[in-house]
Design a protein around this ligand. Sequence first.
Ligand SMILES: NC(=O)c1ccc[n+]([C@@H]2O[C@H](COP(=O)([O-])OP(=O)(O)OC[C@H]3O[C@@H](n4cnc5c(N)ncnc54)[C@H](OP(=O)(O)O)[C@@H]3O)[C@@H](O)[C@H]2O)c1
Length: 312
Amino acid sequence: MKNNIKIDNHLKKVLIIGANGFLGSNILQFRNEKEVLNNHLFLIASDLNNDNIQENIPFYNIDITKNKEIIKKIINISPDIILLTAAMTDVDQCEIDKKFATKINVEGPKNVIKACEKSNSKLVFLSTDFIFDGIKENGGYTEDDVPNPLSHYGKTKYEAELAIINSGIDYLICRSAVLYGWNKSKLNFITWILNKLKQNEKISMVTNQINSPTFVRNLAQILLKLIEKDARGIYHTVGDCILNRYEMAVKCAEIFKYKSDLIEPINYFKQIAVRPKNAGLDISKLKNTIGPDFKIFDLNDGLNYMKEHPYD
Ligand SMILES: NC(=O)c1ccc[n+]([C@@H]2O[C@H](COP(=O)([O-])OP(=O)(O)OC[C@H]3O[C@@H](n4cnc5c(N)ncnc54)[C@H](OP(=O)(O)O)[C@@H]3O)[C@@H](O)[C@H]2O)c1
């Protein structure tokens, strides 16, 4: 056990980089839940700023694009595990500003890899379903399918995956998709739909973009479980469902008792970055590792949880 931060010797230090973001802040919500952390993990937060992070949580300012600084800071923290959620996540903005996207999503992880080598830390990296081209016809993509990203965002995330795989460090790559849940700072796909339907506004939704929507709180628990089990390699960590965007919107209307006839099915929507058509992910490997007692949420489960916990 590494000891630069004074904690119980039996605990493993998990440094979350990107702790202020949607997923990072949801992982931090479990910091006092001993059962979820299995009395085994100690969470430390870092990001560009600590806007949403409570004062009693150990916090470090870390910018992953700053090579020398990040190595020094990480050697000082000496984490057992680095959970890298920080990224440029706006898919269209990545297409517009490719250079900046590459700096954050490729050069950033490469700096973190170097830091992991120096501090002997395991890297848990968040990737995306957008590394696939979406032309698979039957079922979701498995971890053995070959990526072929269409967008610059997808390309940067895949390049980071390859850098990690080829580095020789201990790693876990978790590919996720369409994160949703209540979020005070930013709308996500599902909360955007709920807002529109609540205000009785008409929306158009494509029927030919298919993904596996993932309830962010459930993903946070899945990641902590995989860390606890010391899982390695690549895992698809998404919700237990494969739906097109129109079907997702109809589910929102059904569960929240809004009018589903406000939702118009369409087959074309102009977007800056090209999206894969069928990016559903197969989670058999995750289910085998995590076991039958752990509930992986489908969209019904996530929406019902949101309805029952309006401010979570
Ligand atoms: N959201 C999704 O639907 C989705 C789907 C598939 C995969 N993923 C992956 O899941 C991960 C988490 O996504 P998320 O939705 O939680 O993202 P997010 O809410 O955008 O959070 C990312 C965090 O990283 C921070 N950050 C940006 N640049 C940084 C830098 N140079 N150094 C340190 N921190 C930096 C951001 O700070 P600022 O806000 O101040 O920039 C933000 O707090 C990402 O790796 C993403 O690619 C997300």
